[in-house]
Design a binder for this molecule. Structure first.
Ligand SMILES: [Zn+2]
Ligand SMILES: [Zn+2]
Ligand SMILES: [Zn+2]
Length: 151
């Protein structure tokens, strides 16, 4: 659930570092695990939730290196026997340099297929969708306004 690689004006060699290994798209709200692997927030959150709910594993592992993901807290069992993920505490300390390089990649608008010709830095995507884009829809605005990232 990152952003499609095609939206970004960046060379193939350069974009590799910024891809999420779960969705294979460009990282969105990157989260770093204790093992130092980085994924989209939504991707790793869903990964952990699905492991916990389907197989009842209380100790999910990193999809890349299989190291245990620590600091996962759960509710009591729900009536259907699954657990609900209450919160996960990941190691959020991603280097400033990494984030700066990621968010300074130039990109097209996610509404380019609908006709938006705007280009801007990744760091400006949220403002573009919330304030400027003529092709945005309500669900995009709702979803993107929740992207309270630290860039
Ligand atoms: Zn992802
Ligand atoms: Zn890992
Ligand atoms: Zn736009």
């Amino acid at each position: 659930m990152g952003w499609p690689r095609d939206l970004f004006f960046v060379a193939d060699e350069e974009v590799e570092e910024f891809k999420c290994s779960i969705c294979l798209d460009v990282l969105r709200k990157p989260m770093k695990l204790m093992c130092k692997h980085i994924f989209c927030h939504r991707c790793i959150y869903d990964w952990v939730s699905s492991r916990v709910c389907q197989i009842n594993i209380l100790q999910p592992t990193c999809p890349l290196c299989r190291k245990k993901i620590h600091y996962v807290y759960h509710d009591k069992k729900k009536s259907d026997g699954t657990y609900r993920l209450v919160s996960t505490q990941f190691n959020r300390h991603i280097s400033r340099n990494f984030l700066t390089r990621l968010y300074s990649i130039e990109m097209k608008c996610i509404n380019e297929p609908k006709g938006c010709n705007a280009t801007f830095l990744y760091s400006e995507l949220k403002d573009h969708i919330l304030d400027d884009c003529l092709f945005r829809n309500v669900s995009q605005v709702q979803v993107i306004s929740l992207d309270t990232d630290t860039y």
